[in-house]
Design a protein around this ligand. Structure first.
Ligand code: DAH
Length: 343
């Protein structure tokens, strides 16, 4: 039997090369690979034909088959790379990116100035040994008024001042309610501050809001005096404003303290000489305070003969307005980013 394997091989080689060259997709190339080099492929069947050859030509043709197979494999691989390359190029072209277009900027938030102020206050008081405690905003009138020595007929208990939920449940009007709650549950020594929201029936204007924040302070122990109160507040303000601050007490009346005082601080901008911040007064009104009333201590189960204490109440907005020179309380709650991002 006469076989011309050499001639067959040459034909397969030229045809395969032509088809590989004109293939347009990876799928087509894969089909060609199966057709020529696969198990049932044309090259493989030529290999099978080797058995029919005479011993002396078999190795020659065998080598030839292997070199054709290697050649086709490498042209297939090269073509695969070429097609992959142009697919990448096409996708880069179609998904092109114009780096000169303005980007989408993402705004990060900032800490609200009230939060910044409160964090600074907390840090200073915690540094002086105070703990931070909180209480409910929806409060029994007993804690908000009665236990703070505010009698049933007191003006502050009118519906025109206080938001009532039921006859005896209100939105707390002061964080002083936390004093009563804390003293009822804890024995002296007590050293706490309690920051939080309070509510009063007020129209919004540049100094009023139906919701605002207070920071209440309370210290109860043996032998606590007004001198301790003054030193505590002085130390607080010096750390808060980072300069020497003098304190002035003006007599005042709070039901839950006796004696009671309003505290003025020497101006933290001019030091007392007079400037825009202190309206040329040299002094700035800062907060209310006093020595805890004996009735309050007794009602909370603390013996007023053995123990004494002082309390104070900051308006957080007032302190923040003074520190950051903000002239309207409204700005804190409108959440205008142009305002907030300044802090
Ligand atoms: N609760 C007072 C208010 O809302 C503020 C205050 C004044 C709190 C004197 C105190 C204090 O603890 O001793 O006006």
């Amino acid at each position: 039997m006469k076989v011309d394997l050499g001639g067959d091989l040459e034909k397969i080689r030229t045809e395969a090369k032509k088809e590989i060259e004109s293939a347009k997709s990876l799928k087509e190339l894969e089909e060609l690979r199966v057709r020529y080099l696969g198990k049932k492929g044309e090259i493989t069947s030529v290999l099978r034909g080797l058995a029919l050859l005479a011993d002396d030509v078999r190795p020659v043709i065998g080598n030839l088959v292997n070199s054709v197979r290697a050649e086709l494999e490498s042209s297939l691989n090269q073509k695969v790379l070429k097609i992959k390359g142009s697919e990448l190029e096409n996708s880069l072209k179609s998904e092109s990116l114009d780096v000169t277009l303005p980007g989408k900027s993402r705004k990060t938030g900032t800490k609200h100035p009230l939060r910044t102020t409160l964090d600074a206050m907390k840090e200073i008081f915690v540094g002086m040994g105070f703990s931070v405690v909180s209480g409910p905003e929806i409060e029994w009138d007993v804690y908000n008024f009665d236990m703070l020595n505010i009698p049933k007929n007191h003006l502050a208990r009118n519906e025109s001042d206080t938001f009532f939920i039921t006859d005896d449940l209100i939105l707390r009007t002061q964080t002083s309610s936390v004093q009563a709650r804390h003293m009822q549950l804890h024995k002296p020594p007590i050293r706490i501050i309690s920051p939080g929201k309070v509510y009063r029936v007020d129209e919004i204007d540049s100094t009023h809001s139906p919701m605002f924040h207070q920071v209440e302070g309370l210290v109860v122990d043996k032998g606590v005096t007004m001198g301790n109160l003054k030193h505590t507040l002085e130390t607080f303000f010096e750390r808060f404003y980072g300069r020497e601050i003098r304190i002035r007490f003006r007599p005042h009346n709070f039901q839950f303290t006796e004696p009671s005082a309003e505290v003025d601080i020497s101006c933290f901008v001019c030091g007392g000489e007079g400037c825009r911040t202190c309206k040329n007064e040299g002094w700035i009104e800062a907060l209310g305070c006093g020595m805890v009333h004996a009735n309050v201590l007794s009602m909370c189960g603390i013996d007023p003969v053995e123990y004494s204490g002082f309390a104070f109440g900051f308006g957080l907005e007032r302190i923040a307005m003074q520190k950051f020179e903000i002239d309207s309380l409204r700005l804190f709650f409108e959440n205008d980013v142009r305002f907030l991002e300044q802090f």
